[in-house]
Design a protein around this ligand. Structure first.
Ligand code: ACO
Length: 213
């Protein structure tokens, strides 16, 4: 497996990989039935392209240059969450809103920039491995190599919204710590009905961080 920075000629292949893997399998997308496998999603893809343009994202490719996994990394600034939430509210897709209202509210409450004295953070935004290549350590390697990129660009803080137990395990094994967590069964409507039925073994969202010396 080779690990490379993602450049523009591969952007559309990356989106295809994400449609076939992340969009359907990521625990919150899956709970909301956001996409069928292979299906696109306008707002999610806009976020992917914006992230790719930060030029910090990595892919793992096999000897045939097929994409086995990706780690989409982006820069976050203190006002980004509020701005993004305004965009989320403009979406006509209630499932998309449900997912990102949870993520944005959790981030606002945790206030990572208030916690650490930094003016930007390197975000591990979408970690995705093709179903045919899972369980071979590719995600772990992508995270470790992403940290090296963060260091090269002199970031002092890395963060991730880890939505499932495996991404949480992977990030923690790379030295990430929990800033805050939220149990999915607490995310309910006004009648106490859960808004997202997230499948076991995924029970909580964790905002994970790593300070870089
Ligand atoms: N069952 C049991 N253990 C698992 C599983 C699994 N399904 N997936 C990963 N692990 C464990 C491995 O055993 C390994 O542990 P070890 O180091 O103790 O041996 C560790 O997690 C690392 O596993 P990798 O092989 O590096 O993970 P993989 O390459 O299979 O990718 C990933 C994991 C990215 C979570 C993949 O399953 C996937 O693409 N899922 C769908 C998308 C998703 O949920 N992404 C994360 C969302 S959060 C975010 O993007 C910030």
């Amino acid at each position: 497996m080779e690990y490379k920075l993602i450049t523009e000629p591969r952007y559309d292949d990356i989106i295809r990989h994400l449609r076939d893997n992340f969009f359907a399998d990521e625990p919150l997308n899956k709970a909301a039935s956001l996409c069928q496998r292979g299906e696109g999603h306008r707002e999610l893809e806009q976020l992917c392209y914006e992230t790719l343009k930060d030029n910090l994202s990595l892919m793992a490719v096999n000897e045939r240059n097929d994409i086995a996994g990706v780690c989409l990394n982006g820069v976050v600034y203190p006002n980004d969450i509020v701005d993004f939430q305004e965009r989320v509210e403009l979406s006509e897709d209630e499932r998309f809103k449900k997912i990102f209202r949870l993520l944005n509210a959790h981030n606002l409450k945790a206030s990572i920039f208030g916690h650490f004295n930094v003016d930007r953070a390197f975000e591990v935004r979408m970690l995705s491995v093709d179903g045919r290549f899972r369980g071979q350590g590719i995600a772990k390697e992508l995270v470790q190599r992403s940290e090296q990129i963060a260091r090269d660009f002199e970031f002092k803080l890395m963060k991730a919204d880890a939505t499932g137990i495996f991404s949480q395990k992977i990030l923690k094994s790379s030295g990430f710590k929990v800033l805050s967590e939220f149990y999915y069964d607490k995310y309910t409507d006004e009648f106490g009905k859960p808004l997202l039925l997230v499948e076991a073994p995924h029970i909580k969202l964790q905002l994970l961080y790593k300070l870089l010396e």
